[in-house]
Write a protein that binds this ligand. Structure first.
Ligand code: GLA
Length: 467
């Protein structure tokens, strides 16, 4: 298949990438690693670091705690044989975490029930060694199927959740993931069973939250499924309840755990997901690797933007680029390269959690290029935390716009049709236009910008005021 790699390879000079802000609760361990590209070895430093925090100069990993609420601006720097680069950064200590959308990987879209500990370790190793972690990718999430299968009670005599034979030691697994500078995620359901029929958390929420913390997990996906049997009257209160119960349990542990609600968008979860303490919530049913599935989900997010912001994100589901397949046999995504540009462009503009769904040990150059474009990732991770909205739709041509912290705008030009088309974005007066994927300035344009967009394809520009 013919395809165009748009992303430039990183140069040898040091460059800090990744989020520019990190939220942590008072007194909870700070788990944050600075990411940077450039020739190794790199060394790291931080100016203005508040007492309580230390930075490992070789690994670029922070550790410690901050007990006073407030904002702590610092300057990060990284050096190598080719030079030095700096970036402003901020720790925010308060009730909110996930101040930028989670950036990570999840096991479901490739392995589903075929997952095991070795595959999770391999994914984490690949995240670190493929260079993806250098661009800010940071979380390795185990999805369903680590627990004991029903009808076995799935718990010991004290009620502690048991793992199946494929996951002999969840604590050692989290430690391994942390040893690579990454964070670890786990999965459960509020009902008695998970979606794939393993033991869920119903009736054991506090015990499970305590276990996740003791094991060292940093992210929980909490997936509705069998709670349908419990929520008999389908009232809004019934939809919220299991998420409130787990929220209260998570609030009792002394660890920050990103709380990802999964109930497929029922009862307009975007209206109340933040209110029940979710850091993100799925807005749709499960994605598959077809144009119809991906584009229907992605382009239907318009209108939900007012519910997204730092600490609370709409989640249009995990990504379907690379080798996917829901286990045991994988195949290259059925999305064409242009459709993959649409997928990553749209999810970035939507400030969606970006969760890679493919086999991390079999990344090809094109997939790596889609996932390592720092200017695209910066749009997703922009600290203002706005989600794009649709500015115009003209037949198959759509223009979506995301406001950014520096007062520039990221604009996606999409062609949902099956023949080439010109797509136009309008703006007022003279603005500077940059091609984000190709990282090139296109020059000043007056009152708008128009370009050819491939069938099912996308272009992404950043528009700013002239200096
Ligand atoms: C549901 C979720 C998926 C995945 C599976 C696991 O279908 O939506 O993302 O977690 O359950 O069984």
């Amino acid at each position: 298949m013919e395809f165009e790699i748009r992303t430039l390879k990183p140069g040898p000079e040091p460059k800090i990438t990744g989020p520019k802000v990190f939220g942590v609760r008072p007194g909870h361990p700070v788990l944050f690693a600075v990411s940077a590209t450039g020739e190794k070895p790199l060394s790291f430093a931080a100016e203005g670091l508040p007492p309580g925090l230390t930075l490992d100069a070789q690994a670029g990993r922070f550790s410690g705690t901050l007990s006073e609420r407030g904002e702590y601006p610092i300057t990060l720097s990284t050096k190598n044989a080719c030079g030095e680069s700096k970036r402003s950064f901020k720790f925010v200590v308060g009730d909110r975490i996930a101040l930028t959308p989670p950036l990570g990987w999840n096991s479901w879209n490739c392995f589903a029930e075929d997952v095991d500990e070795a595959k999770i370790r391999a994914a984490a190793t690949a995240m670190a060694e493929s260079g993806l972690a250098d661009h800010g990718w940071s979380t390795i999430n185990i999805d369903d199927c680590w627990q004991v299968r029903h009808p076995d009670p799935g718990r010991d005599a004290e009620g502690n959740i048991l793992t199946n034979d494929k996951f002999p030691d969840m604590k050692a697994l989290a430690e391994f993931i942390h040893s690579l500078g990454l964070k670890a995620g786990i999965y459960s359901s509020p009902g008695p069973l998970t979606c794939a029929g393993f033991a869920g958390s119903y009736g054991y929420e506090e015990r499970d939250a305590a276990r996740y913390a003791e094991w060292g997990y940093d992210y929980l996906k909490y997936d509705w499924c069998s709670y349908t049997e419990i929520a008999k009257d389908k009232s809004l209160a019934e939809y919220k309840k299991p998420y409130e119960v787990m929220r209260a349990a998570l609030d009792k542990v002394d660890r920050d755990i990103v709380y990802s609600l999964c109930q497929y968008g029922r009862a307009d979860v975007w209206e109340w997901g933040g209110g029940v303490g979710g850091n993100c919530w799925r807005t749709t049913g499960d994605i598959v690797d077809t144009w119809e599935s991906m584009s229907t989900i992605g382009f239907s997010q318009n209108g939900k933007e007012r519910h997204a912001g730092p600490g609370h994100w709409n989640d249009p589901d995990m990504m379907v680029v690379g080798q996917v397949g829901w286990g045991p046999s994988l195949h290259p995504t059925r999305l064409t390269p242009d459709e993959q540009y649409t997928h990553i462009t749209l999810w970035s503009l939507l400030a969606a959690p970006l969760l890679i769904g493919c086999d991390m040990t079999r990344l090809d150059d094109f997939t790596v290029s889609l996932l390592t474009n720092d200017e695209v990732l910066d749009i997703n991770q922009d600290p203002l935390g706005r989600q794009a909205r649709r500015m115009s739709a003209d037949g198959d041509m759509e223009v979506w716009m995301k406001e950014l912290e520096d007062r520039s705008q990221a604009i996606g030009l999409f062609n949902r049709g099956s023949s080439p088309a010109e797509v136009a974005a309008e703006f007022k007066g003279r603005r500077m236009v940059r091609d984000v994927w190709r990282q090139q300035n296109l020059g000043p344009f007056d009152d708008g910008y128009k370009t050819a967009v491939a069938p099912h394809g996308a272009e992404l520009i950043r528009v700013s005021n002239p200096e």
